[in-house]
Write a protein that binds this ligand. Structure first.
Ligand code: UDP
Ligand code: MG
Length: 315
């Protein structure tokens, strides 16, 4: 039984050695308890620090360590994809390098797949403590909106930390899209998932790469990738405004017939023009978002470009 551990790393020079130490400890225990063999795949996402050098060094010391290094920063989603494609294991786990996904949960996750009839053991955090309240608010809002609009089940608080059976990994790799929103992809492929809950922990070293703005763009990515509901917005608003206009026309005709026609109300007219053109621009913008995504998809560019892997590092 081979377990692949996929770890996307971007500027993780402080955290990576600590992570490696911890995962080795857990791997040792699981070798004894489950007879599991391991491979660790570090995906260096174009780091500008010594992450790659550390991965090389670890590979030199330990044949279980493999690494893939990108030609530039392609984002975490690309790292996940590269890791899943490279993984050879019967079971594949994904976790962050910052020890926010405690490797100590792995035995429990593997037990869920071995003894219970699950294809995947995933984790979600129970609290959003330690997070700015405004960020929590928007995160909750995002999950509410996307779950209403899309048929992929996207769980609030779910982390990317999960252990999957080979058949689920193959299903994920069969999705060829360029815009990869993996939280949605995991939900979309289905399979039986066991959710383990744990309390959020702070990263051991380094700092988070997600600003509020990055998260906001990421949420838009998720929405455009997993639902086309916003495209119906223009039609719905169009109908609404037509009905409204009709009512207003009737009202104005009746009022003019009853009370004559004083020329007034141009400020309200300006407001209405502004509102309607705002709505129109917004709808064109939504359309543009989908068009842009489609444009990127039809270009068929690779999701990532590899600069170096451990196989190039032959003596
Ligand atoms: N990461 C990556 N590429 C990026 C950004 C992040 O591979 O462009 C990795 C990062 O090294 C870490 C994981 O994704 O292992 C999660 O990132 P981070 O801890 O910054 O996110 P947070 O835990 O704060 O959501
Ligand atoms: Mg983190």
């Amino acid at each position: 039984m081979l377990l692949s551990i996929v770890v996307p790393c971007y500027n993780e020079q402080e955290a990576l050695p600590l992570f490696y130490k911890e995962i080795c400890r857990v791997a040792g225990e699981m070798k004894a308890s489950h007879g599991a063999d391991f491979e660790f795949i570090f995906v260096d996402d174009g780091s500008r620090d010594d992450t790659l050098a550390i991965a090389r060094r670890l590979h030199g010391q330990d044949a279980r360590v493999r690494y893939i290094s990108f030609s530039r920063n392609f984002g975490k989603e690309a790292g996940i994809l590269a890791g899943l494609e490279a993984a050879k294991g019967d079971y594949v786990a994904m976790m962050d390098a910052d020890l926010q996904d405690p490797p100590a949960l792995l035995p429990q996750m593997l037990d869920a797949l071995l003894t219970e009839d699950y294809d995947c053991a995933a984790t979600r955090r129970t609290t959003r403590q330690g997070e700015p309240p405004i960020r929590s608010f928007f995160a909750r809002l995002f999950y509410k909106i996307i779950n209403k609009m899309s048929d992929a089940d996207i769980v609030d608080g779910a982390r990317d930390y999960r252990l999957m059976r080979r058949r689920m990994v193959d299903a994920i790799l069969a999705l060829p899209e360029y815009n990869r929103f993996s939280k949605g992809i995991f939900g979309w492929v289905g399979f039986k998932t066991k959710w383990l809950e744990y309390v959020n922990v702070e990263r051991v070293a380094g700092e988070t790469k997600w600003s509020f703005w990055k998260l906001f763009l990421y949420s838009l990515e998720g929405i455009t990738a997993f639902t086309t509901a916003p495209l119906a917005l223009a039609s719905l608003m169009g109908i609404f405004f037509c009905v409204l206009a009709f009512v207003m026309i009737v009202f104005i005709i009746v009022r003019t017939l009853l009370f004559g026609d004083p020329t007034s109300g141009w400020p309200s007219l300006v407001c209405i023009v502004f509102l309607c053109s705002g709505v129109q621009l917004f709808c064109i913008g939504v359309l543009g978002q989908y068009l842009a995504k489609t444009y990127m998809e039809v270009k068929r560019r690779p999701v990532y470009i590899v600069r170096e892997t451990e196989e190039d590092d032959l003596p």
